[in-house]
Design a protein around this ligand. Structure first.
Ligand code: CO
Length: 135
C-alpha cells in the first residue's frame, strides 16, 4: 500500500536558524518559509536527492506543535510521510483493520496541495505517520 518515503518532518523552535543550518552548514537546497494556517505550522522544505526534510515551526495559538516542543525543548523528529496512490482506499483499509485516523478521519489538503491524513502514533510504534496521495 505505501510507496516512497515523501519526507521526514522535524519540529523546530527557530525556523530561520534551522533553514540556515541545512542550507549553510549542510549545503542543502532549502525552500522559503510557507505559512500553513490550516495546520498551525510554518514549513520549510529541504530538498534531498531521494527525499525531503520538512522543517516545522508553530504558527498561531493552539498549534499542534506546541505540546511537542514543550516536551522536546531542542525540537525533534515529529512525523514521517509515506506516499500512497489512493488515500481513500488506504484510509478505508486501515480503518477496517482497527487503526485510528487523527482528526475527522477524512483526508485534507496538505503542504503541497495533495490530500493527506495522519495515523495515530500509538498504532504505529510510537511514530506519527502522515500519508500523502500522489497525483
Ligand atoms: Co508532513
Amino acid at each position: 500500500m505505501i510507496g516512497k518515503l515523501n519526507h521526514v518532518a522535524i519540529a523546530v523552535n527557530d525556523l530561520d536558524a534551522a533553514a540556515a543550518l541545512y542550507r549553510d552548514t549542510l549545503g542543502a537546497t532549502v525552500s522559503g518559509a510557507v505559512p500553513q494556517p490550516d495546520h498551525g505550522v510554518t514549513t520549510v522544505f529541504v530538498e534531498l536527492a531521494n527525499t525531503k526534510i520538512e522543517l516545522l515551526a508553530p504558527l498561531g495559538d493552539g498549534s499542534p506543535l506546541a505540546a511537542f516542543l514543550d516536551k522536546n525543548k531542542s525540537g525533534g523528529i515529529h512525523h514521517i510521510c509515506y506516499e500512497v496512490k489512493d488515500i481513500y482506499a488506504a484510509r478505508d483499509k486501515l480503518v477496517k483493520q482497527g487503526l485510528r485516523i487523527l482528526g475527522s478521519g477524512d483526508p485534507v489538503p496538505g503542504a503541497h496541495g495533495n490530500l493527506i491524513l495522519f495515523l495515530h502514533p500509538k498504532d504505529f510504534c510510537g511514530t506519527l505517520i502522515e500519508l500523502e496521495q500522489q497525483p
